[in-house]
Every structure is written in structure tokens, then in C-alpha cells.
Ligand binder design. Structure first.
Ligand code: GLY
Length: 351
């Protein structure tokens, strides 16, 4: 697989868009939006010089619509509009749009080039970079998809200024994860950022560093055979919390579930690998100050455990974790017993 061009973090989206569309002179341009971004973000793209004759495709917003029906809608639109292998496909939206649009573009006529313009912080620091594309199938997340990096990813912090505090925090959780797998210096910077009074210039610098951390990992292992699993830190517990939260009709944003998952997995790292307690306590402080806690009872442990054992990252019969021996000291393919997982849930409930 070819490695994606580096993600561009820009305060001049117009110049970058012109470069991207200029690289395809004379070829038609398609923009995938959803029912939110078509109104909230597309006008800014026109302000930045998106060609007026661009064709706009709009799918329903929400991860539940990241499915084969939406992919068919895109393929049919492209086909009936006469799109060719040289057409340019632009994904304008959060992770749902870059996953879905990346998949539709990667499979239409065996693959047309596409660029990502993420409009959420979560999408910018995670889904838009690294070449994972896909759709959900019968409730299974990202069950069908391909690895195929975007021709370029253009991140403009402008889009994040209109995000509500919860969505900003949700995206920031993935930046916390990136810092934990990187260096003590990065971890310190991420901890020091004020999520109450957001400085968007500083956020832009942190986003750039965060994306570079992900790119360095993906470059070593684009198809997640080994070190890319580092990016799953916090996600084994996190996905279980997220799915459970929907099941009990108290839906949590992805990044919130990741923060709760990070706390659990750093606790497990502390118990199994001696991850420093003071860093665990720092994360706990950040979590209680900014994210709050998802409440459940001991009676829910079996359900949560069941969700972890069904995660597709697991080989048969054991729950796979990425843990840390310290900040940046990544240990992939760790496991934990049911007792250790329950003890970790006890710890979580005790904070
Ligand atoms: N979201 C983790 C990865 O891209 O591998």
C-alpha cells in the first residue's frame, strides 16, 4: 500500500483547495456531504474557491447511515453523472463521511482519487488520516472496507470553532491517546491545554503534532499487523463502554468512551507492567475535570466483558489490549483475565 501524502494543517484552505483541484484540471469534482455539513460547512468551501460546477452528494448524517445503502447512493450518483477515474472526490465531514466516502471512492471504477476535509476534531485527528475506509454491516462497525489513503487530507481549524464543548472534548481524547503513546513532552503539552477556554491557534499546533504521531505509526504498519495496534490504546474498554451506553439509551460520544477506556487501560498497564501511578492519576484528574464519568453497576460487568470478548480486535477467546509500560513505552498484544478486567472496572467505579 502506498503511504498517504502528509496531512496538511492549514489556515489557508483556499490555497490548498486550489492546489488540490488544480492537480486535476478539466476533471469534474464531487463533494460528499451529510445533512449537517451541507449547510454548516459547504458554504465555507465555496468561499474557499470550490468550483461552482462541483456536484454535491448529500447522505444522511450519523454513524447509523454509514452503510451499504449510502455507498450505493454515492456509486449511483457518480455513475449517472458520468464520473470517470480522473474525477476528484472530496469528503467534507466527520469520520462517518471520510470512512464512507473513502470507501465509495476507493471502489468506484476500482478506485478514484479522493481528498478528505474533516470538519470535526475527532475526524481530523483520527479517521481522516491513515487510509482506513469502510462501512458498517448489520450493526458490525467497519465490517466492510479497504485500506486506501486519501490523496491528501486538508485540516482547517476554522471548522472546529463551531463545535460544541462536548464534540471538542470528544476529539481531544484521541489527541490524549496519541500523546500517551508518544513522549513525556507531548503528554505534558496535551495535559496543559485548557479545554474550558480554547485557544484555537494553540489547538492547531497540537492537532498538527497529534496527526504527525499517527502518521509515524501508520507509516510503519499501514495495515495494522503490529505497531498500528498502538492506536487501539483505550479502545478495548472504550468500545465496550460506547456500545453499552447506546444499549442503555445513555449514548456517549466516542471520545468520552475512549477517555474512560484510557483510564481503565492505564490502570491495567499499572497493574501488569508498572505504568507510573502518578501518570495514571494525572489522566484521572483530567478525566474527572473535563469528561465526567459514565455510571454503571457491578451487575453490568458481565455485559461489558461480553462486549470486549466480541471486539473484532480479539483472537479467539482472549481479550486483546494495547498497554503501556510508561509514556511512549508501547506493548501490543497484551491480554487480561476476566478477574483483572472486573478488578479494573472496580477501580473505574471507585474514582
Ligand atoms: N483509529 C485507529 C487507526 O486508524 O488505526
Amino acid at each position: 500500500m502506498t503511504i498517504a501524502n502528509p496531512t496538511i494543517i492549514t489556515s489557508d484552505l483556499a490555497a490548498e483547495l486550489s492546489r488540490a483541484t488544480g492537480a486535476h484540471p478539466g476533471h469534474d469534482c464531487y463533494v460528499l456531504t451529510d445533512t449537517t455539513t451541507v449547510g454548516a460547512c459547504l458554504p465555507y468551501l465555496y468561499e474557499c474557491g470550490l468550483p461552482a460546477e462541483s456536484r454535491i452528494i448529500t447522505v444522511r448524517a450519523g454513524d447509523e447511515h454509514k452503510n451499504i445503502e449510502a455507498a450505493v447512493q454515492i456509486w449511483e450518483f457518480l455513475s449517472s453523472s458520468g464520473a470517470t477515474r480522473k474525477s476528484l472526490f472530496i469528503n467534507l465531514g466527520g469520520g462517518m463521511i471520510t470512512d464512507l466516502g473513502g470507501f465509495a471512492a476507493s471502489t468506484f471504477k476500482r478506485g478514484i482519487r479522493y481528498i478528505n476535509i474533516p470538519t470535526s476534531l475527532l475526524g481530523a485527528v483520527d479517521a481522516a488520516t491513515g487510509g482506513k475506509t469502510g462501512i458498517n454491516l448489520r450493526g458490525l462497525k467497519n465490517e466492510v472496507g479497504v485500506f486506501n489513503p486519501a490523496e491528501s487530507t486538508l485540516i482547517d481549524v476554522h471548522f472546529f470553532k463551531s463545535l460544541d464543548a462536548e464534540n471538542l472534548r470528544s476529539g481531544y481524547a484521541e489527541m490524549v491517546k496519541h500523546a500517551l503513546i508518544d513522549t513525556p513532552q507531548e503528554w505534558k503539552e496535551v495535559l496543559a491545554f485548557d479545554l474550558e477556554e480554547v485557544d484555537f491557534v494553540r489547538l492547531g499546533r497540537l492537532v498538527e503534532r497529534s496527526v504527525r504521531i499517527k502518521e509515524r505509526v501508520v507509516e510503519q504498519d499501514p495495515t495494522e499487523k503490529n505497531i498500528r495496534k498502538a492506536l487501539n490504546l483505550g479502545h478495548t474498554f472504550g468500545h465496550a463502554f460506547e456500545t453499552f451506553s447506546h444499549r442503555v439509551h445513555r449514548p456517549a460520544l466516542h471520545g468520552y468512551a475512549v477517555m474512560w477506556g484510557l483510564l481503565c487501560e492505564l490502570y491495567l498497564s499499572h497493574v501488569q507492567l508498572g505504568f507510573p501511578k502518578e501518570e495514571l492519576l494525572r489522566l484521572r484528574y483530567m478525566l474527572t475535570e473535563n469528561y465526567g464519568k459514565f455510571e454503571f453497576a457491578c451487575g453490568d460487568y458481565d455485559d461489558l466483558y461480553e462486549l470486549m470478548t466480541h471486539d473484532k480486535k480479539n483472537d479467539a477467546g482472549f481479550v486483546n489490549f494495547t498497554l503501556l509500560g510508561g509514556i511512549g513505552d508501547i506493548r501490543i498484544n497484551c491480554s487480561a483475565t476476566k478477574e483483572q478486567i472486573f478488578e479494573t472496572l472496580d477501580f473505574y467505579l471507585s474514582i
